[in-house]
Design a protein around this ligand. Sequence first.
Ligand code: SAM
Length: 350
Amino acid sequence: GLALLIDKLCRTRSLSLGEYERLIAQRTPGTARELASRADAVRRRVYGTKVFTRGLIEVSSFCKNDCLYCGIRRSNATARRYRLFADEIVKCADTGYDLGFRTFVLQGGEDPFFADDVLCGIIGRIRAAHPDCAVTLSFGERSRKSYERLHEAGAERYLLRHETASPALYRRWHSPEMSLENRMRCLSDLREIGYAVGAGFMVGAPFQTAADLACDLQFIERFQPEMCGIGPFVPHHATPFSAFAPGTAELTCYLLSIIRLIKPNVLLPATTALGTIVPDGRERGILAGANVVMPNLSPVAHRKDYDLYDNKICTGEEAAECRGCLGARMLSIGYELVVDRGDMAPLPEA
Ligand code: SAM
């Protein structure tokens, strides 16, 4: 059975590629329960029942990339494109601050409009208005120089999912000008510059196998990212992957538990995509070992247009409603949202 593997994972925080693959391919409801209960215990030891929040501000739906899974890919001529003004972004952060957010995540497609000068100005304004808050960026692949400038302007964290650690699968998901090599170059630049780095991957996306997911887990084990964003693939109707089935909450939660056991202090979000494929997805993610949620702070007028995948939740609600709804959901399962920057805690002893 898998009991010995699970013991080894808990004890050493490490498995071989083949062991990760077996843990995924041979999983049963019983192993899922066992991993979740161990992951929950570890998370309680490091973070208690506190859940960190990050206010997500989706600043642009323009993108120069053409990822085959993504609804805002450049080839999607039906996408409605918008970009927020600097004043609107700062106002979202102000609203978020009053709601108890102490971390703001600025995310967007790879939109050349948001050049370094523009972003540095916005980061500086948010940091000046709210010195007790962290600014996290998620604008995809940029040059090392650019990452340096954004860091100097006051951004301390960067989210850049590696998407898949399998080079062959990476090529099937992306247009030819993108490469896993450059993605990895970005992640190591970010790390060297001093950012807290978020890697991560999609679950159940087209052509993905247990062996591919084992590569992702091994990459997480080796890279030791401060944050790890994983969510199910959700099809978007106007992409080449429109006809593929979505990933499952079951497998996503299983992997969340494993990642918690690989790195007990990792910051692990229960993602919006997980909340989209099943109504209680974010609660299930927290119960599986996640400790972060990222409610939307974007202006309601534009939320529907940050259209990465179909049926995305929370596109009609005001920021205050999103905060309230998630707070109630967390309380219903015995966890609480806290007012905190939510930095990574130290690693507990084995
Ligand atoms: N452009 C930036 C980047 O590449 O990191 C940030 C924005 S990008 C839209 C944010 C994340 O959305 C990606 O890392 C990807 O994993 C996720 N995403 C895109 N399309 C998706 C889909 N169809 N289903 C689930 N997640 C998706």
